[in-house]
Design a protein around this ligand. Sequence first.
Ligand code: ASP
Length: 624
Amino acid sequence: MTLDFLGSLQRTHTCGELRASDAGKSVVILGWVNRRRDHGNLIFLDLRDRYGISQVVLDKDLGEEAHAKAEQARSEYVIAAVGKVRLRDASVINPKMDTGEIEIVADELRILNDAKVPPFSPAEDAIANEEVRLKYRYLDLRRPEMQHNFLVRHKVALAVRQYLSGQGFYEIETPFMTRSTPEGARDYLVPSRVHPGNFYALPQSPQLFKQILMVSGMDRYFQIARCFRDEDLRADRQPEFTQIDLEMTFPQQETIFRVVEGFLSEAFKAVGIHLPTPFPQITYDEAMRNYGIDKPDLRLPGLTDVKSAFTEENLTALQIDPNLPVVALRIPKVGELSRKERDDNKPLFDYRKGAKYIDDLKRLEKGFPEATAKVRELAGGEAEDLLVIVAGDAAVHIHASDTKSEGRLSEREIAIYSTAGNFRVELAKKYADRHGIFAITDAVVNSPERETGLADGSQAFRPIWVTDFPMFEFDEETKKWMPSHHPFTSPHEEDMDRLVSDPASVRARYYDVAMNGLELGSGSIRIHRQDVQAEIFRSIGMSDEEAKARFGFFLEALQYGTPPHGGIALGLDRIVMILAGASSLREVIAFPKTAKAIDLMVDAPTPVSEQQLRELYIRPTKQS
Ligand code: ASP
């Protein structure tokens, strides 16, 4: 087959553009063959581009040459059609297509390029094999669903940029080739040829640079920044991902919250969803008490404290630790569970933290009618809701601390709450079809109102600020108190004198923003004084020498008039994933990596030549 040249043909309309009002117009459209239907004298070609699909008709009686070309056309061939727009007969109008009222009667067809038979057709809605999709990503990205995801991504990023620019933020790039930043993951290293044996690290975040920009008087900085973290990948992680990263000088925590609420609601608006602001706020301790998790999904009912339903004797008889929380979780509309269903749920419960659960309230009722009635009353809800009681197992004593400072939770209490919280999340996922709560979000994501005005997102998207996280976490491996967040986070001023004497009780000026059970971002008010920074390093067991070796440049910078400052970073990929209604980050990143950190399309990583390694003074210890 000889291919045709584009010549001087100019596209007059995209494949998604023509409507009934265009009938009679002479047009040139270009696109890929989405489907071809051959009815002998009549051939229909659906041409597809980013904007939509248009039907082109080739009638042998009207032009033999064009018809003959269409006979040769196959899926994914690139075609130019020259012809006239015609109204379709009423009987063949396709209301599902934007261009469904018309067709283009072509009198000339050019085949600009052919295509191998694709491993899957971009015309299909769902392609089961993700590896094939990733290997042939260019074909996968042709699918309307993927093109939509990148439209969402583009709109979100643009709205964020516009909003932040309007608030006086400068977009400033920071280096990719830099030193290690302590965000808690392993670094990707880049060997230096010029300085044998030395390495750059790819940034886990622009953290230190953005703080230094505040030292530099930039006042308000943002960046849609790529971050690199070498960690074991989970469904919602990628080795390189994008953050909306910002930093401000002289902020209160609330100042930062208002900025984030502002750009998030603009981003939602850009895709047709109204997201009310301000977002609710709770402290970390409240989040643990009420939801058993620091990224609560507010669409689901929280935990209820039901200890008061039980007498001391009840607790003893049930082997429940009376010193630990007793909570009920409730999943709406699940209905009564059979014994088999209850057995199937067992693996969803984490027994390692000294908690146990009761999910057969009928049985509990037989032995403890009053307590059960009280639990039901306290937990509220409807009769068909699933109620599960989670409590400390009196027979199991895990290694955890009971110390608690006033008003704060102890590690052991947190263990019970978090076990309940995780079970709540697992059960809610499992019974999603029965309670139907997550479907509310899907409905808004797919709502046609988004095209014309604003869909109401107030029930479907439930953001929340979680504040006052603990400053330190006890690391069992190293037996040291380690900062829960990066070590540039400021402690609460009132808690500073307990940094060494009682690290567990120190609160950080650290905050997270979560939505629908996903962590969207985190940030903090930073330490701006060199003496405090040095003390924090010391408090986590880092010697002054080590601190100097790793962060000397930063400690130095802090000594030149560093203003109070703070900031935050939100995962752009996650926000887009939520707004596109996608199930994984890979659906909203153009060229993502697999769970094994492989780019299947370009086939990376790869071995490199010995010559390259020699230049870098690298000798592999194991031949790959
Ligand atoms: N650098 C932090 C992170 O990437 C965010 C921040 O504290 O602003 O998680």
